[in-house]
Design a binder for this molecule. Structure first.
Ligand SMILES: [Zn+2]
Length: 195
């Protein structure tokens, strides 16, 4: 067997059957379960849990104390802030266990999206490409691409560039003041990148 091309700290527990891509770093006290697939160049901070069958893309950054439960999919370039929370059962009851794969509602976090510190993502939603979930937000519905959402429950508070800078719309189009990417607003909840 060739030498590992990823890093796992000696206190982390990577179960047999988990797959980890080249250049990925798994820091102190993480636990990766069998069947989990983690892409290349990811960073899993201290005390990150990745459940059975979870799929994580490339270049994903997961900060300290995040549990990625079965049913969650993280596409490439997703950022999960410290101590943010995923769930995977809509109606949990200790007395009526719902703890098999078929009980889990799936949550999809699409490419480039950022989830701020201590936010909660209630299961069964899709967070669109490059969306930005502010710290402490509770997401209960789908989030459109490029939307900046905040509050409890989450509401659209604005829009964010792929580079992370808030977008200011005067008319229907705008240019990012930082990186020059251009966007068009096509309705109250739809923004697309046009250049
Ligand atoms: Zn920008």
């Amino acid at each position: 067997m060739s030498e590992k091309d990823y890093f796992v700290h000696e206190t982390a527990c990577v179960d047999a059957g988990a797959r980890i891509g080249r250049g990925t770093k798994v820091w102190h006290f993480c636990h990766i379960m069998p069947g989990a697939e983690i892409g290349e160049n990811c960073n899993l901070g201290q005390n990150v849990f990745v459940a059975r069958n979870v799929k994580i893309g490339n270049n994903v950054k997961i900060q300290n104390n995040v549990s990625v439960y079965e049913g969650v999919i993280l596409e490439d370039d997703v950022f999960c802030g410290p101590s943010m929370v995923f769930t995977n059962v809509r109606t949990p009851r200790a007395a009526y266990p719902r703890n098999t794969s078929s009980d889990y509602a799936s949550t999809l976090v699409k490419r480039g999206a950022s989830i701020g510190a201590n936010a909660t993502i209630v299961c069964g939603v899709t967070i669109g490409e490059w969306a930005f979930v502010a710290a402490g937000t509770v997401v209960t519905k789908d989030v459109p691409p490029y939307a900046l959402v905040a509050g409890v429950p989450a509401r659209i508070a604005g829009w964010a560039c792929e580079c992370g800078v808030p977008l200011k719309f005067a008319g229907n189009t705008t240019t990012c003041s930082e990186c020059g990417k251009k966007y068009e607003k096509r309705g109250e909840a739809t923004v697309e990148r046009i250049a």
